[in-house]
Write a protein that binds this ligand. Structure first.
Ligand code: 5GP
Length: 181
């Protein structure tokens, strides 16, 4: 079992706020958020507080019932009238974590087939590790809240008891301490 790392809702909120500042500062002006479910739903909703554009959602699944990665991610839910909604649009694709990069790379390739003008990626956390897949060359902007070690991240929305969850949060590095303020 890999070592675990816990984040509180407040930390996630602060991470999304700093992520939004980076996006707003950049030349990329998104028109539409596509949130990858379910992990990207709450980050995308918080992001909408700072960048108020519509959210579309897609559901993807990469791990099977035994928590083993499948050959490639499976679509659980996709966008209705996808061509009409994505063609010529500037899209911000949002997920909670870039782990092996398989899910994001797959989703980007699928979305690019619908001829958006541009797609950028925003994630709360990127694990610093060798990736199994790469972003397509067309992707010019990737925004990351925090780069973190390769540990299993426990998000607050997965908690059974949120108070117990928050008790586990004891990040030692200055970057996490700065988030607490
Ligand atoms: P990938 O390996 O394709 O980058 O990540 C696939 C999915 O696995 C992510 O979208 C996320 O839902 C889940 N995942 C990967 N690493 C973690 C982690 O450390 N914690 C949690 N809660 N989910 C993760």
């Amino acid at each position: 079992m890999p070592e675990k790392m816990y984040f509180t809702y407040n930390e996630i909120h602060k991470t999304v706020k700093s992520l939004s500042k980076e996006i707003i500062k950049s030349p990329f002006v998104p028109e539409l958020i596509v949130a990858i479910g379910t992990g990207g739903f709450i980050p995308a909703r918080i992001l909408k507080t700072f960048i108020n554009i519509p959210i579309l959602t897609v559901g993807l699944r990469y791990y099977d019932n035994n928590n083993k990665p499948m050959a490639e991610p499976q679509k659980i839910q996709w966008i209705d009238e996808v061509e009409k909604k994505l063609k010529g649009k500037k899209i911000l694709l949002v997920d909670e974590v870039d782990d092996t990069r398989t899910t994001l790379a797959y989703c980007l390739r699928e979305l690019l087939t619908h001829e958006p003008e541009e797609i950028a990626v925003a994630v709360l956390h990127t694990k610093m590790k060798e990736k199994k897949d790469q972003f397509p060359e067309k992707i010019r902007y990737t925004f990351t809240g925090l780069e973190i070690e390769d540990k299993w991240i426990c998000y607050p929305w997965d908690a059974d008891d949120i108070y117990e969850h928050d008790k586990h949060v004891k990040h030692m590095s200055p970057i996490y301490r700065s988030l607490r303020r």
